[in-house]
Write a protein that binds this ligand. Sequence first.
Ligand code: NAD
Ligand code: DAU
Length: 351
Amino acid sequence: MTRHILLTGGCGFIGSNFVRFVLRERPGYRVTNLDALTYSGNPENLADIEADSALRDRYRFVKGDIRDADLVQKLMGECNALVHMAAESHVDRSILDARPFVETNVLGTQTLLDGIRRLKHAGKLAGDFRGVHVSTDEVYGSLPLDRPELKFTEETPICGNSPYAASKAASDLLVQAYHHTFGLPLCITRCSNNFGPYQFPEKVIPLFVTNLIEGRKVPLYGDGLNVRDWLHVEDHCEAVLTVLEKGVPGEVYNIGGNNERNNKELTHSILKAMGKPPEMIQPVTDRLGHDRRYAIDPRKLETKLGWRPTRSAWPQALEATVRWYVENPQWWQRVKSGAYRQYYEQQYGRR
Ligand code: NAD
Ligand code: DAU
């Protein structure tokens, strides 16, 4: 079966890695990337793919918003699969201003779903259509530090604590409602924290690595004991593709690497990989409502669909990621300076 995937948010961190992954691993597949190029959408992430004439028939970028119902319907009518990644994704920003999170994550997802529903109603949705809504472990809330045996399963009740998590939880519920009510063949994936190349340097790993290269300290929130479950972005991409191809519509699949680390441990590993002293840690005021611990139980995806993480082994995978930022200063310096915002117009003019 060949697939033409409508990918939303393909110029972001996970989306751009997903484009590379699919084009490499599925020679028969095509990808249409719909991205609004918000601050975290960086077309430079895929500049080499755009420039590769051998990929011209397999990859297309469309600048546009998932809240544009007509555009969504037109593009969805040309594809037979959906991978929905477009979102406002940063917790700290959602604490400063929740509105864009509701607008994109909730209203955007609803617009997208309604476009698919209308196509189906008009008999114009591909008969073999299926889709994946890419969500997060943050919709499950927070686990205590003193109960290490507890992990999030697909049955754990939804309890989004930050405005970001609440908006993602709302989008998950909409996807489930459109599956239940209109029979749209959609799955949901809920993944733990990703690391790897092309991550926007507001997230903890690229922020800390690039600060250290610049000789600046790294701001560690609170007591540094909050735990995250780290997964390499390519393992996430492979899991999403696995769910797209083999998942049962209507089902939720957790994705995680069984790789829990607290932020102090993570920070010391980064310092060690970069040969920097512990004095570079700057303890700062904690994030408001900071979730204490995330931990995913990925056994459903492993046993039912046969996925396993193969690229997330610690500390080698972290060290390789640190090296990528060290070796690609032109990428993150253009992001940190804001120069990447001019790239699109320079390449394509105003559209
Ligand atoms: P990101 O912020 O790097 O990328 C988001 C992309 O979506 C950007 O390219 C942006 O331009 C685009 N976008 C935003 N609003 C849009 C709109 N209205 N219309 C079209 N495009 C729009 O995010 P990421 O870290 O790559 O996360 C991708 C998805 O994966 C999100 O849905 C996020 O909730 C989920 N997720 C992320 C992680 C993680 O660790 N980063 C873990 C689990 C799940
Ligand atoms: O769990 C999946 C989620 O992981 C995704 O859904 C989100 O899109 C993604 O942003 C990420 O959320 P987190 O809030 O866990 O990621 P972040 O990199 O912002 O923070 C990771 C941990 O590091 C968290 O406990 C807060 C801490 N931190 C973060 C920053 C930015 C610091 O100590 N200092 C910092 O400067």
